[in-house]
Design a protein around this ligand. Structure first.
Ligand code: IDP
Ligand code: MG
Length: 142
């Protein structure tokens, strides 16, 4: 299925200068960027974005980290984009992520795991809308 997904290069990825390397991996695996922005979330915005995790013990640390510096947000498009992007990212805990994945290559720990990716079509739609309006999205199929 042709899909869209939201990717975020988290503050640790931006700080360690691997934006280009990560976007190269997206492009080489057929996940085509249709919108890109460098931005910084406020703590309130990070809490809204990660609302689903609001009862988790890591919620405060996660939202502080996500608002601690600039991030790069991308909408990616491609065949099976949501799962393919999750495969490319690797497991949430970098120490458990497969060889060759982004989190294995650049993630320091489960708290600092470099990238975010949508996990299902409904969340992908909502997460893309969180950052982009329709006119920001430059689909190749339109
Ligand atoms: P995902 O990013 O692989 O989809 P989620 O379970 O949706 O993982 O969790 C969102 C983010 O919250 C993770 O990327 C990670 O940064 C953080 N997180 C998840 N589980 C833990 C944990 O057990 N301890 C600390 N941080 C966690
Ligand atoms: Mg998730």
């Amino acid at each position: 299925m042709f899909e869209r997904t939201l990717a975020i290069i988290k503050p640790d990825g931006v700080r360690s200068l691997v934006i280009g390397e990560i976007i190269r991996r997206y492009e080489q695996s057929g996940l085509i960027p249709i919108a890109i922005r460098l931005t910084q979330l406020t703590k309130e915005q990070a809490k809204a974005f990660y609302q689903v995790h609001c009862n988790q013990p890591f919620f405060n640390d996660l939202t502080s980290f996500m608002s601690s510096g600039p991030i790069v947000v991308l909408a990616l498009e491609g065949e099976g984009a949501i799962l393919r992007h999750r495969d490319l990212m690797g497991a949430t805990d970098p120490s458990k992520a497969a060889e060759g994945t982004i989190r294995k290559a650049f993630g320091a720990s489960i708290d600092f795991n470099v990238v975010h990716g949508s996990d299902a079509p409904e969340t992908a739609g909502k997460e893309i809308e969180f950052f982009f309006t329709d006119s920001d999205l430059y689909s190749r199929t339109e």
